[in-house]
Design a protein around this ligand. Sequence first.
Ligand code: NAD
Length: 270
Amino acid sequence: MSPLTLDLSNHVALVTGASSGIGAATAKALGAAGATVVVNYRSEREGAEAVCAAIRAAGSEALAVQADVSSEADVEALFAAAKEAFGTIHILVANAGLQRDAAAHEMTLDQWRRVIDVNLTGQFLCCRAAIREFLARGPQPAISRATGKIVCMSSVHEVIMWAGHVNYAASKGGVKLLMQSLAQEYADRGIRINSIAPGAIRTPINREAWDTPEALAKLLTLIPYGRIGEPEDVARAALWLASDLSDYVTGTTLFVDGGMTLYPGFRENG
Ligand code: NAD
């Protein structure tokens, strides 16, 4: 049995969209646990380099690699760069995502496609590349009981419908069955695949929901635990799912949402 620790020494992890927010916090957490980290970014090179500097300062190796996860060629180049630098990868955190909000009757096809391309197709492309590498490399029991581990960044909107955001909700609903189907398909090859469904986390993606006292007060009515989440709340969950402490867990979505999916509106009036 593996030791009861979160030690990720000798692991190589790749985190997409890691130049800010949840991805940056997750990359740092994996690095602090001893993993070498490939820090993917699309355009925020400075942010990615700052994350790499923090990981190196904590004693692990890090490499920033530019790639748009919605581009097949970019994703192939991203994984090739990781392999060339560090030999293989053991952990993928498919985190990159974005919003392009509009009322459904006003949503352009570009807005729809961009969100599906990044949030859903991007996760497929990254999962496919990681699984190919895990299968080609095979088990390394001295490093981990699992041949490979994938954490997909979903959202509470994989179950909560979201008016004004149909592209985003559809993409995360897609991630749910993408993750579960992949987990079913590859469990017998020692590959564990899970999702995290964050609730409201204080990052650039949802700044207008928390950066004024009025907006924050309105947001908090949706969160039974009474506070907004921080990127580190999600990073700690990703760390657990990426470690052997969660070795018997696959095909699961871990909600990290302060109770948002407990439907607090029903507490007194349901
Ligand atoms: P964020 O905007 O700080 O992070 C998103 C990251 O993805 C950014 O670094 C961005 O550059 C990157 N990205 C966007 N498009 C990309 C592309 N094509 N290729 C590569 N990288 C790309 O916001 P965040 O909140 O940290 O979001 C991270 C993930 O968490 C997303 O998948 C988001 O949907 C999910 N999420 C966030 C919340 C929240 O409340 N913040 C809640 C639920 C789910």
